[in-house]
Design a protein around this ligand. Structure first.
Ligand code: SF4
Length: 221
């Protein structure tokens, strides 16, 4: 039972993350412009949905700034020895919130050198610089947004309705390479793959499942 608006776990126990640490933050931290908020966000269904609802109850209308402080405090409880995935649910909707979490991420990496990575739907409003050392990807919903996000200094991630049948990388119209998530195509874990934080030069594609599929705008035909 989650009783705080933000929580951190040393070993997420998540099959995809592969033993990474992780934080979970109430969706009040997310930008209200997110296309998936209340409309197919993967954190709103299944087991994740239970945690998301408990976080929301604990948050009780807390502001993005307060939620960022709660997430930073949660990060400060971790050992810093594992790669850290920020907000499996949640985001930083304002520059100040991103700076608060980035400062905690910097303290995290200083403890043992482990990387911190995440994705944001607030990339149009929050500068890349606000995230400091966090390996953050702009979550874009349209191929034409990839160069816009890159021009703002962000690496990108995009949700597609399906990966190519052979799971191979492809080239977006702006010329960037798009690589399907290795967990979805090859069963690797994030701690083994590391692409999301080590390859800012490429865009990572995630295939949507369940309710999120309806919200996906990108089809590979
Ligand atoms: S591409 Fe690799 S690091 Fe990124 S989410 Fe997939 S498995 Fe994890």
């Amino acid at each position: 039972m989650i009783t705080k608006p933000a929580t951190a776990v040393e070993n997420s126990g998540n099959r995809k993350l592969g033993g990474a640490s992780a934080t979970y933050v109430a969706q009040g931290s997310c930008p209200i412009t997110c296309a998936f908020l209340g409309a197919g966000c993967y954190a709103e269904s299944g087991k994740s949905g239970i945690a998301t609802r408990q976080l929301a109850r604990a948050a009780a209308g807390a502001t993005p700034a307060a939620l960022a402080r709660a997430e930073a405090a949660a990060i400060d409880t971790l050992s810093g020895r594992r790669p850290l995935r920020l907000h499996v649910v949640g985001d930083c909707a304002t520059p100040a919130a991103a700076r608060t979490v980035a400062a905690a991420a910097e303290r995290y990496t200083a403890r043992a050198g482990a990387p911190v990575w995440t994705y944001t739907h607030a990339w149009r409003k929050v500068s890349r610089a606000s995230w400091g050392p966090v390996a953050v990807r702009a979550s874009v919903e349209r191929l034409e947004d990839i160069p816009i996000a890159r021009a703002r200094g962000y690496a990108a991630a995009i949700v597609v309705d399906a990966h190519p049948a052979d799971g191979r990388a492809w080239t977006a119209p702006d010329g960037t390479r798009v690589i399907p998530c290795a967990e979805q195509t090859r069963g690797r874990t994030c701690t083994d793959c590391r692409m999301c934080w080590e390859r800012p030069d490429v865009t990572i594609a995630f295939a949507a499942h369940g309710p999120a599929a309806a919200a996906v705008r990108v089809s590979l035909g």
